[in-house]
Design a protein around this ligand. Structure first.
Ligand SMILES: [Zn+2]
Ligand SMILES: [Zn+2]
Length: 137
């Protein structure tokens, strides 16, 4: 039990670092869009700057996606494919429900939503069931 607490503590730090990076990335993204919009209006050759800003935003977004936190116990990706455990409540109750959408009978949640539009919270690792963060990601 103690080991799990340590893992959770480690994950908490990873998660807060990740949240910080994500916030910085979104601020940078907004700033880049503003700058290029400004450049397009003020600078005669602002088109170049617009493309530079676009590339910067894409790079940052990809970089953030690659640093998504992993499970500290089994090193699985927490985003993407679902395992046997419910990411919402950590119960091993995940099974294909209606239309093949994974359904957890423990917390009565459908794991719907594509990338970036999740309807559920990631609180536990879907591969080993370790409870990671009560607030969820
Ligand atoms: Zn559940
Ligand atoms: Zn895991």
């Amino acid at each position: 039990m103690e080991e799990r607490d340590q893992l959770r503590e480690r994950f908490r730090r990873t998660l807060s670092a990740f949240r910080l990076r994500r916030n910085i990335a979104s601020i940078t993204g907004v700033a880049a869009v503003f700058l290029s919009w400004y450049a397009l209006r003020r600078v005669p050759d602002g088109g170049d700057l617009f493309w530079i800003a676009a590339v910067v935003v894409v790079c940052i977004t990809t970089g953030i996606a690659n640093t998504m936190p992993r499970c500290p116990l089994c090193d699985s990706r927490l985003h993407g494919r679902l395992g046997h455990f419910c990411p919402n409540c950590g119960a091993a109750e995940l099974a294909p429900g209606r239309l093949g959408v994974p359904y957890c009978s423990a917390c009565r949640t459908y794991m719907t939503g594509m990338k970036g539009r999740r309807r559920y919270k990631i609180r536990a690792c879907t591969w080993c069931g370790l409870m990671l963060d009560e607030t969820g990601l």
